[in-house]
Design a protein around this ligand. Structure first.
Ligand code: GRG
Length: 299
């Protein structure tokens, strides 16, 4: 069997087990408060590419991490990601009505529920990270929780979102755009790779450095591709409203560099991510293939 077939099967199996893990870690819809629990499940289950869980599992394989720990970390990170999407879609932020091919949470339910869904998903994520063993030692586990908090907070994703909101209608230069995206999208992608790896046996410093560099490259790659797709793809394919960046006057790689140079930059980031992992040989094969998935994705 080719590495491509191997990767496709592995990817489908991680997506499946992530769905099952999320289902089991979310409160049942029958439990009070039922409307909130139902809305949390509506937001999380049955959609999304599950890129961050895939990164957790691929990095975890490299460190021979137990798969139940990876399911837990992957679910926590996906819950934080979904919280960010739910809040981002609200009228006070991006104001969107479509996400993952269905009405956004504040449209299907209401704004107060959407706010609470995000809040409850974020706290459930940290509960998952704390309530069972996910590392070789308690102190390693505390470091992992701190890493996730930093990636999510004002120096990470929430900070990047604040810069993004402030930048509407502004002309950011390339360094400023990068500063924003390293936080808004990159921080959680980096955390996915590093936390997956830390759930297993300690890696050599050089391998850890490689993973860190790879995670930063694919974080930016993810965003450059997202900007290109927003400018090019249609709403049905994306499962969210296309062309919003231009409509809202948001600075993007596509608007700053032009589509052709943005594509060239994506190829450059992809090549860098790939070559960083070369010394890991077969052990890094799925992470390499995931970089390919990110650069080739169509939604
Ligand atoms: C509200 C604190 C807060 C943060 C919001 C992530 C984010 C920050 C906003 C989402 C807006 C956006 C389109 C960001 C670009 C990159 C991105 C995160 C896209 C969506 O992620 P995918 O493609 O989505 O992994 P799926 O649905 O496949 O999980």
């Amino acid at each position: 069997m080719s590495i491509r077939d191997d990767f496709s099967r592995w990817m489908a199996s991680v997506q499946q087990r992530t769905e099952a893990a999320l289902d089991s870690f979310l409160p049942p819809a029958s439990q009070a408060p039922t409307r909130l629990h139902e809305a949390m499940r509506y937001a999380v289950l049955g959609g999304g590419k599950r890129v961050r869980p895939l990164l957790v599992h691929a990095a975890g394989r490299l460190a021979d991490a137990p798969v139940d720990r990876l399911d837990r970390i992957a679910s926590a990170i996906e819950m934080i990601h979904v919280y960010s999407l739910v809040h981002d879609d609200m009228p006070c932020m991006d104001d969107d009505v479509l996400r993952r091919g269905k009405p956004t949470v504040h449209v299907e339910y209401d704004q107060a529920t959407a706010l609470l869904v995000g809040d409850a998903l974020q706290t459930r994520a940290f509960e998952l990270m704390a309530e069972a063993q996910i590392a070789e030692s308690p102190s390693a586990q505390l470091d992992m929780i701190a890493l996730l908090a930093a990636a999510t907070g004002s120096h990470g994703m929430a900070g990047g979102q604040a810069i993004d909101l402030a930048a509407v209608g502004c002309a950011l230069d390339r360094a400023e755009l990068e500063f924003m995206h390293i936080r808004k999208t990159g921080a959680l992608i980096r955390a996915s790779v590093l936390l997956g790896a830390r759930a297993g046996r300690p890696l050599a410093d050089a391998d850890h450095e490689r993973l860190d560099h790879y995670s930063k490259r694919i974080g930016l790659l993810f965003q450059v591709v997202d900007d290109i797709l927003d400018a090019q793809a249609d709403t049905a394919t994306l499962g969210k409203t296309a062309g919003k960046d231009a409509e809202q006057g948001k600075p993007t790689y596509a608007s700053l560099l032009g589509l052709s140079d943005a594509r060239a930059y994506a190829e450059e980031l992809f090549a860098d991510a790939q070559s960083t992992l070369l010394p890991l040989g077969e052990r890094g094969a799925f992470l390499q293939a995931l970089a390919g998935f990110i650069v080739q994705r169509s939604f």
